[in-house]
Design a protein around this ligand. Structure first.
Ligand code: CA
Ligand code: CA
Length: 79
C-alpha cells in the first residue's frame, strides 16, 4: 500500500477526522487514532505507539493536534 498522498488529500483527511468530535479544527487523541489506523496503519507497525505519536505531534500540549501540528506527521509519512 502506498503511503503517498497529495497535500490536498492530506488536508481533507485531517478535516474529515478532526470534525468527528469536539473542535472541528483539532484532532483529539481518539480522532488521531481513527485517522492513523484507517489511513496510515503502517505508522504503528514499528515501535511507535499511538500515545508516543500523539505526544510527539501535540507540541503545545493542549491535548489536541492542530493542522499546523499535523504537518509533522505529514513530514514523517512523506519521508
Ligand atoms: Ca475534533
Ligand atoms: Ca496541540
Amino acid at each position: 500500500m502506498s503511503m503517498k498522498k497529495s497535500p490536498a488529500e492530506l488536508k481533507s483527511i485531517f478535516e474529515k477526522y478532526a470534525a468527528k468530535e469536539g473542535d472541528p479544527d483539532q484532532l483529539s487523541k481518539d480522532e488521531l487514532k481513527q485517522l492513523v489506523q484507517t489511513e496510515f496503519p503502517n505508522l504503528l507497525k514499528g515501535p511507535t505507539t499511538l500515545d508516543d505519536l500523539f505526544q510527539e505531534l501535540d507540541k503545545n500540549g493542549d491535548g489536541e493536534v492542530s493542522f499546523e501540528e499535523f504537518q509533522a506527521l505529514i513530514k514523517k509519512i512523506s519521508q
